[in-house]
Design a protein around this ligand. Sequence first.
Ligand SMILES: Cc1ncc(COP(=O)(O)O)c(C=O)c1O
Length: 384
Amino acid sequence: MEYKVRFANPAKQYADHREEFIKAFDDTLSRGAIVNKEELWKFEEDFAKFVGVQYAIGVNSGTSALDVALQAAGVGQGDEVITVAHTFIASISSIYLAGATPVLVDVGEDFNMDVRLLEKAITPKTKAIMPVHLNGRLCDMEVIMDIAKRKGLMIIEDAAQSLGASMKMADGNAKSAGSFGVAGCFSLYWAKALGGFGGSGMITTNDPAIAEKAKLMRYNGENREDRHFYYHAHNFLMDNLQAALLQVKFRYFPQWLQRRKEIAELYHQGLEGMAQVQVPRFGDPRFSDIYTNYVIRAERRDELAKFLQEQGVETMISWGIPTYKEPVFQQGEIPRLVSAGGDARELPETEKICREVLSLPMYPELTGEQVQYAIEQVRGFYAQ
Ligand SMILES: Cc1ncc(COP(=O)(O)O)c(C=O)c1O
């Protein structure tokens, strides 16, 4: 079907900067710079600066960033890691793959970890908290940092969706996603706010020991200088060419973030105040969101999605069922779930969100007319 407003449009972004991509491709390959070369190191350096940390380690996906970060931070057998159910499965899988056990808490109205539930989830086995900064908005890191400090827990951030999101802390300074914990994990999957051509990811940290271990663990555990192997590990290295192409996009990233905020504002203005739709404006001035996804909560969500599809507006549902109801959990044990009412078999807010969320098109190449068209179709559906 011919969409009037596509959910994503990577070809448009490529076309807008085609000459620069071709130049980066040609410069890199003409020098034979294939694996672990200057392009990767420079991109890592710029990325670390942008996030406000000392080290950035390029990997081939957000999933491998989580795997390596947890293991490099020493999470393993017998440990519990607290995270949320309302996330991409990789957040939870990485905890199992490290040999540890996830504990899943419910989320609040901003789709992020309900920090009021955090202390209830802590046990003597708790080793770390994994806040997931969903949709381009930080979790309340003021509270999470305070609890982690008091309880002696590590923080490993799943910042897959939130490169550039920040929060003003009590001391008056703004801090960015990926700079709070012992490690931050980013996805640079093509559909993210900064996305490569395929999969890609990054680990950030201020801890030299974690940086060193992560660098070895992303590349078969080998120290390429002494040629010895220090860990049993995967080959998760970010391709040098991918880094060269991402660096082209990174130059435009600040202006793309600005454009995302403008588009969010158009959506807010067009949809706010409707009885059937809740927009993602949460009214706390400390937070600066980047709107990786523009997610509304909508009455009769599935009917609305179908109507929008018929009108040529492509949307997405992330996610339609809670992670703990996925088949992967039906064969074994469901993780411990912590809700406002204590331990539970279902998380009420997570369940409700899965019935109501709908992601509208959101990327910097969208025109004002396209956004207005999408808004009109949403309004039109409820006016029928
Ligand atoms: C919250 C979250 N965590 C982890 C990931 C995994 O990242 P990747 O797809 O790059 O492996 C994603 C990707 O969608 C994500 O949204």
